[in-house]
Design a protein around this ligand. Structure first.
Ligand SMILES: O=c1nc[nH]c2c1ncn2[C@H]1C[C@H](O)[C@@H](COP(=O)(O)OP(=O)(O)OP(=O)(O)O)O1
Ligand SMILES: [Mg+2]
Length: 212
């Protein structure tokens, strides 16, 4: 299929994760796009039944594009830990169980990120003190138009897992992820620094190159 360019105008960010929406807004800012989030439009959160990042990103983008009549950009992402055979991977959000409490400083709505980071650390610790702590974040972006046209891009950032969690910026698993070549976690880095190197920024760079 031929590439389709993204024209300036309204676009739905097909995500219900406030941290992601904030980052995607910042990445879109230079491009004359007016982003509205799926939450702003009151769109429901689709069930993520896919077994790959691309399937889930496409499923979320199609749902928002159809419901809104606007192009929709979805992000399916996750943390892949080498010593855990790539887990939690596509199930990264599921490892952070939904709790009854209100949104946490570092999380999407009601997800318990500290519990999730603790689960990852617990499984690493089972393998002893010399366990390989390397991990990467992956981000698959799917852009879908109301007529069904699809574009998909993937980005990664490699690094290692720290324990205990450090820092208050970012969201999700940021307090335990140290990108390669740095000593600070993503939650300790200024957002502009995270945007220069993150999996989301990497995927976004490819999107911009292809679609603008
Ligand atoms: O930069 C990141 N820094 C820290 N953690 C991250 C990042 N990027 C993804 N993650 C983790 C948390 C997220 O929840 C999960 C992906 O799950 P994923 O289904 O794609 O997102 P989600 O359910 O939170 O929001 P939504 O599906 O509405 O976009 O991986
Ligand atoms: Mg999700």
């Amino acid at each position: 299929m031929t590439r389709r360019k993204l024209a300036p105008g309204r676009l739905v960010i097909a995500s219900h994760n406030a941290g992601k929406v904030r980052e995607i807004r910042a990445l879109l800012e230079p491009f004359g796009i007016e982003p509205v989030s799926a939450g702003d439009l009151g769109l429901p959160e689709p069930e993520e039944t896919g077994t790959t990042f691309a399937e889930n990103a496409l499923l979320k983008a199609h749902a928002s594009a159809q419901a809104s009549g606007l192009p929709a950009l979805a992000d399916d992402s996750g943390l892949c830990v080498a010593a855990l055979g790539g887990a939690p991977g596509v199930y990264t959000a599921d490892w952070a169980e939904k709790q009854w409490f209100e949104a946490q400083t570092l999380g999407g709505p009601g997800r318990d990120w500290y519990l999730a980071m603790g689960k990852v650390e617990g499984k690493l610790a089972e393998q002893g003190p010399d366990v390989d702590r390397s991990a990467f974040f992956i981000c698959t972006l799917a852009l879908v138009w109301p007529d069904g046209h699809e574009e998909v891009f993937e980005g990664r950032v490699h690094g290692s897992l720290a324990w205990p969690p450090r820092g208050t910026m970012g969201f999700g698993y940021d307090p335990v992820f140290v990108p390669l070549g740095r000593d600070l976690t993503f939650a300790e880095l200024d957002p502009t620094e995270k945007h220069a190197m993150s999996h989301r920024a990497d995927a976004f760079r490819k999107l911009v190159e292809a679609l603008f």
